[in-house]
Design a protein around this ligand. Structure first.
Ligand code: IPM
Ligand code: MG
Length: 370
């Protein structure tokens, strides 16, 4: 049976378009080998959109994102636009998509592939077998709180302002996602805030504690201060199963956790909204890495995080667990065969570029599919 799913593809800036080209091979393979047809449209975001349309994201793109079954996003950010006003920066594209589509739960897995345990800057015995899921709140907190801005003081000096805000319902809905995920995994949630200095953190802790007592007593809940969590992630990362935290701490801790796996170039993410009356759930999938302008256009970027983001898309938006697992297995096999892009290169391995890596994944998919 052929199913047609509507995908909006937004490659963005820097290495985004290059790694997206490799995902296109995997998408095409799904159509060919598994009868999963995608109705794909593509548009510009970030600096690429600024260059053509003068804005980081057009309203039409937001509308198209709402109408799509899922959005596959590359990365945005380009030093060329470093001096434009804050509301015109390339990064606005992803922030606006998250906010306009209500994508409040950013799922950032940090999973170590066996073949890459050596590529981590930490000792292999500390990271081998690591499998944690960071659930980062992604439409609230200090990223969006007001008042915000830069104002001039009477003496001519300036003051920069941002505001951390969390409401009970914002905390509950993201905590629910974390508890539900934990039930399908190791049944442990660690809630992370700074309740020792921030009222919003204190409320966060109270709300998570109460929700846990009411609805999730079968899951183990612990609490940790964000600074301690950063330390614990490096000291003994395998103590964690699911971590749930606010927008800013989640941004920092997920970058940190990604490096445990060997490279930022390996990690996918999913950002999910609320299920609507018709059972549809807005969702966007993107690698954790940025646009990496320093290596853009050189054909050396690691396409695996973008390919694994497509696997997450199949799993979370379309419940195609078998296909998602197939892609993840293909990636694991390619790594086990010794192919490495520059970011995960280690002695004795074969260094390849972006497209050779993408082709290798497709070849592996063919083998696995028999
Ligand atoms: C991320 C990125 C974004 C963020 C930037 C590009 C706005 O760092 O997705 O982690 O800070 O959320
Ligand atoms: Mg980040």
């Amino acid at each position: 049976m052929t199913v047609t799913k509507k995908l909006l593809v937004l490659p963005g800036d820097g290495i985004g378009p290059e790694v997206m080209t490799e995902v296109a091979r995997v998408v095409a393979w799904m159509g060919r080998a598994r009868g999963i047809a995608f109705d794909i449209s593509e548009d510009l975001v970030g600096g690429a959109s600024l260059a053509v349309h003068g804005v980081p994201i057009r309203d039409e793109v937001i509308v198209a994102a709402r109408a799509a079954d899922a959005v596959l996003f590359g990365s945005v950010g380009d030093p060329k636009w470093a001096s434009v006003g804050f509301d015109l920066r390339p990064e606005v594209a992803i922030l606006k998509l998250r906010q306009e589509l209500g994508l409040f739960a950013n799922l950032r897995p940090a999973k170590v592939f066996d073949a890459l345990a050596e590529a981590s800057t930490l000792k292999p015995e500390v990271v081998a077998g690591l499998d944690i899921m960071i659930v980062r709140e992604s439409v609230g907190g200090i990223y969006f709180g007001t008042p915000r801005g830069i104002e001039t003081l009477p003496d001519g000096t300036k003051r920069g302002i941002n505001t951390e805000i969390y409401t009970t319902s914002e905390i509950e809905r993201v905590a629910r996602v974390a508890f539900d995920l934990a039930r399908q995994r190791g049944k442990r949630v660690c809630s992370v805030e700074k309740c020792n200095v921030m009222e919003s953190g204190l409320l966060w802790k109270e709300v998570v504690t109460a929700l846990h007592a009411r609805e999730y007593a079968d899951v183990e809940l612990t609490h940790m201060l964000a600074d301690n969590c950063a330390m614990q992630l490096v000291r003994n990362p395998r103590q964690f199963d699911v971590i749930v935290t606010g927008n800013l701490f989640g941004d920092l801790l997920s970058d940190l956790a990604s490096m445990l796996t060997g490279s930022l170039g390996m990690l996918p993410s999913a950002t999910l909204g609320a299920v609507d009356g018709e059972g549809r759930r807005p969702a966007l999938y993107e690698p954790i890495h940025g646009s990496a302008p320093d290596i853009a256009g050189k054909g050396i970027a690691n396409p695996l995080a973008q390919i694994l983001s497509f696997a997450m898309l199949l799993r979370y938006s379309f419940a195609m667990e078998a296909e998602a697992a197939l892609i993840e297995q293909a990636v694991a096999n390619v790594l086990a065969s010794g192919l490495r892009t520059a970011d995960i290169m280690s002695p004795g391995m074969a260094q390849v570029g972006t497209s050779v890596m993408g082709e290798a994944v497709v070849r592996e998919l063919d083998k696995l599919n028999g």
